[in-house]
Design a binder for this molecule. Structure first.
Ligand code: DON
Length: 567
């Protein structure tokens, strides 16, 4: 089937779902021993091979993170960051924060001109946009604490992929072509890199990356020192000097990923295990779920006026809190307990009316649209012992800052744009912020990434997460509601059409077909402004059925390369 046809079949399915409430999807991806769901079939294969070799879910996660850096360079990374939420077979949970940090030389006004105006693009493209990378130290720490196989074994598959080459899929070729000019511009003068080309990338083309292969060999042999010190660090520092970037030798040497207690919440008979600050994801998700329970969201039909209106009204309030209160907990005090207290939320939601829309209008903010984007990537893994890991990792924008480390063959992130670069000015996802998320040296920028694990009646129930910038939180929220309230299976949750709203701009984004014409009219009558968007989020789900079997569900409707592989 060609792409156009596939898409129209998919959209028709989504529309049917919106009209009928839910479309049943037969589950066939059922496994006993473990499942790996990632955005690229090759990284899913790498992860499942590690499981088959006797590795645990955490071993597989390390191997997948490195493999994604080769096969999915727009978001997979060694020079980005991310979060892992884990739940061991014993039921213990923890989270790992390998988020990037601002360089020591960063300052609050670094993206503003002398008049205090934002210099267009400076926080998004080029060397100044780069935060100190966290992914390699994150993987080292994950492996040290929970890994069972040797480190070398986990980095080797990525080395093989870089050495032997990756055949470009249609989606990857299209994405590289869409960004080719920008990548070339940001890397003017460099020639020896597989991502710098004068001609179009072609589906089926074999991309070998010998520079990245060498970096990965150093990481394999030297662990974190293979990246943060020695030859790779020197390449990064030379790159910074070439483009007047701020990352110093000390920044690299001192970077440390941090173990943090996972954020734990409750939703009906489920325990929700998610990411604490510096992600806003966990707190926002718990706030939304609290509202869904208070209003008994499940009483409404899926896709009905009430269901969508209620989600939007909750989201408006939660994203307003995000903008004001959330930031790196090591630098500002996040009033987490207050934001999650039932008393606070009862009051916060007390003015939600089912028959009228509230307005976000008196709050100052820019008017940036939500961008359709999959530049982050999420993977979910479970193993035969019952260990589970949920990882969201990113360069932020597609191919991050677009800057490739010369001689290293890898992209640098543009995570600095996740800071509030000026109070009230929206970032690339339309998110605004203030003091709590202002730039400070060595501070972590606020994130929306929401890797999450759900327990039901004390047992592992679901591992989930998504890319999508500001839409991550609402995608994960809908996924949980769909599973718990609308009794959808793992694949139905992934396939279900999604909407998104985030306080500012005061709009409801809806996937094509997510809202039926009748409900659309009803929402408009209440004053909601609806904007169609072709895709929101890209879930990677694993659920556990009553027999204790794993069901892997990839979002192939929205991203054909993604795959769930189990055994
Ligand atoms: O941490 C964050 O919230 C963003 N840097 C995530 C970026 C993202 O999800 C991009 N796209 N799909």
């Amino acid at each position: 089937m060609n792409l156009k046809k596939t898409l129209s079949v998919a959209l028709a399915a989504l529309f049917l779902m919106a009209c009928n409430g839910k479309q049943a999807v037969q589950i066939n991806n059922v496994h006993k021993n473990g499942v790996v769901v990632t955005a690229h079939f090759l990284s899913s294969e790498v992860g499942s091979d590690i499981l088959k070799q006797g590795g645990n879910a955490f071993d597989a996660a390390v191997a997948v993170q490195f493999a994604l850096a080769v096969v999915y360079p727009r978001a997979g990374n060694i020079a980005g960051g991310g979060f892992a939420v884990i739940r061991t077979a014993k039921g213990e949970s923890e989270s790992l924060d390998f988020r990037e940090k601002a360089p020591k030389a960063a300052s609050e006004r670094m993206y503003l001109d002398a008049n205090g105006n934002v210099i267009e693009g400076l926080s998004q493209t080029g060397h100044l946009a780069v935060g100190v990378p966290g992914s390699v130290d994150g993987m080292v720490k994950l492996h040290q604490k929970y890994g069972s196989l040797g480190w070398e074994k986990l980095v080797q598959p990525a080395i093989n992929l870089a050495k032997n080459g990756v055949t470009l899929t249609k989606l990857e070729a299209e994405k590289l072509n869409a960004y080719r000019e920008r990548i070339n511009q940001a890397n003017a003068g460099k020639t020896n890199c597989c991502y710098i080309k004068d001609a179009d990338f072609i589906t089926g083309e074999l991309i070998k990356n010998p520079e990245l292969e060498n970096v990965l060999i150093r990481i394999k042999n030297q662990g974190r020192n293979g990246f943060y010190e020695g030859e790779t660090a020197e390449l990064i520092i030379s790159e910074m000097q070439r483009g007047k970037g701020l990352i110093s030798k000390e920044d690299l040497k001192e970077y440390q990923a941090v173990w943090r207690p996972a954020l734990i919440g409750k939703y009906r008979n489920c325990k929700i295990i998610s990411m604490p600050p510096p992600s806003s994801g966990g707190i926002a998700l718990m706030q939304l779920l609290n509202g869904a329970e208070k209003f008994n969201m499940g009483q409404y039909q899926f896709g009905s006026l009430e269901h969508i209106h209620l989600m939007v009204e909750l989201e408006r309030r939660v994203y307003a809190d995000r903008a004001t209160w959330l930031g790196d907990p090591d630098y500002c005090s996040v009033p987490k307990d207050k934001l999650l207290s039932d008393e606070y939320l009862t009051n916060r939601y007390s003015n939600i009316a089912m028959n009228s829309k509230s307005n976000s209008q008196d709050i100052k903010a820019g008017n940036v649209e939500v961008i359709e984007s999959f530049e982050t990537t999420h993977f979910s893994i479970v193993d035969k012992w019952g260990n589970a890991v949920s990882v969201t990792t990113t360069l932020n924008g597609n191919y991050g800052s677009k800057v490739i480390v010369e001689g290293g063959g890898f992209f640098l992130n543009n995570e600095m744009d996740d800071f509030s670069i000026k109070s009230g000015i929206p970032n690339q996802f339309g998110l605004v912020g203030g003091k709590a998320n202002a730039i400070e040296p060595e501070k972590r920028m606020l994130s929306s990434m929401t890797p999450t694990i759900i327990e039901k009646n004390g047992k592992l129930f679901m591992v989930t997460g998504s890319p999508g910038g500001s839409t991550i939180i609402t995608s994960v929220f809908q996924n949980i509601i769909n599973a718990v309230e609308f009794k959808m299976n793992a694949q139905e949750c992934v396939n279900a059409p999604r909407i998104h709203s985030q306080w500012l701009p005061d709009k409801v984004y809806a996937e094509t077909g997510a809202i039926s014409p009748v409900v659309k009219k009803e929402l408009q009558n209440l004053g909601h402004i609806i904007q169609e968007q072709s895709r929101i989020g890209m879930m990677a789900n694993i659920s556990v059925n009553p027999k204790g079997q794993y069901i892997g569900a990839a979002d192939t409707l929205r991203h054909a390369d993604s795959k769930a592989i189990g055994y």
